[in-house]
Write a protein that binds this ligand. Sequence first.
Ligand SMILES: NC(=O)c1ccc[n+]([C@@H]2O[C@H](COP(=O)([O-])OP(=O)(O)OC[C@H]3O[C@@H](n4cnc5c(N)ncnc54)[C@H](OP(=O)(O)O)[C@@H]3O)[C@@H](O)[C@H]2O)c1
Length: 299
Amino acid sequence: MSRPHVVIIGSNGRLGRALLETCQPRYDVIPLTRYDLDLAWSERRLREALDPLPADLVLLAAGNTNVDHCELHPDEADQLNVIAPGAIARWCAGRGIRLINFSTDYVFDGEKNAPYTEDDPINPLSVYGQSKAEGEEATLAASDHHLVVRLTWLYGPGKALATPDWAVELAVKNERLHVVSDRVGCPSYTGDMAAALEPLLFDARASGLLHLCNAGSCTWQEWAQYCVDCAIECGVEVRARTVEPMSMDELFGKRALRPRQTVLSTARYESLTGRTLPDWRVPLRRYIADHVAPRFLRV
Ligand SMILES: NC(=O)c1ccc[n+]([C@@H]2O[C@H](COP(=O)([O-])OP(=O)(O)OC[C@H]3O[C@@H](n4cnc5c(N)ncnc54)[C@H](OP(=O)(O)O)[C@@H]3O)[C@@H](O)[C@H]2O)c1
């Protein structure tokens, strides 16, 4: 019997790579990079790229994820995060194919003092957040079967270095390291997000909005400190052993506004699957040992 075909758009991005790794053993995966399908294309050209594909499910992991770039280039954010996802969502709906698109905690303003649920009102502070919110709407308007998964503080192997990589690199190179201490969230490992989503890929109950993140919460400073602690444990020689606090205003200044508190509630995920996600420290310790520390250890 042939296996379901899963198209992954943005298969070389951080999340796309993790989705590819999780899906490949179970499905016939069709990975697409921007050379196969560019979100800057017109709706007609996007359809022409998708038409020949034998898709049973489409995962849309591509988009413009650079918050400060989006602030300066709102038209680009609109095209990549709203217009193209809307076109892809309609193409999928027209063929009875389910689309899973990915969104972000940046749709919230961060003023809630408790984890955000899927029912909480959104209020994006940035062009990026606004574009992702409109992308959610465009996706869900196309079909009741589509799903939008909101993620937060994502890290994992990828082309650009992730937050844990730069935290350790800065601690190795500098006597002192300051990291934002007035921002709370949950570091989420791409591999855990992909594995957590896998049982819901073809589950019709999982439509609409879904929040997914590792368990627990911390500030960016605590996140960076744990990265440094794990690197030390692996034998990395760091100069800055203690991560010192700084404020978001000091770091971001006049750049795009970031929400202050965006822990996501995974209660809906837990009730759908009966599963919980691991505490954020568990995959992070492994990631530092496998992907970060080896870059700094002398052979
Ligand atoms: N990173 C986070 O902390 C975070 C947090 C919450 C939610 N999310 C959401 O999670 C999803 C995946 O994020 P990520 O961290 O995996 O992002 P990423 O590593 O920046 O990957 C983005 C992907 O989009 C592709 N892309 C960019 N412009 C494109 C275009 N014009 N046409 C086609 N593809 C294009 C990139 O291709 P190239 O490699 O060729 O540039 C890359 O494969 C996004 O929806 C993002 O909003 C991310």
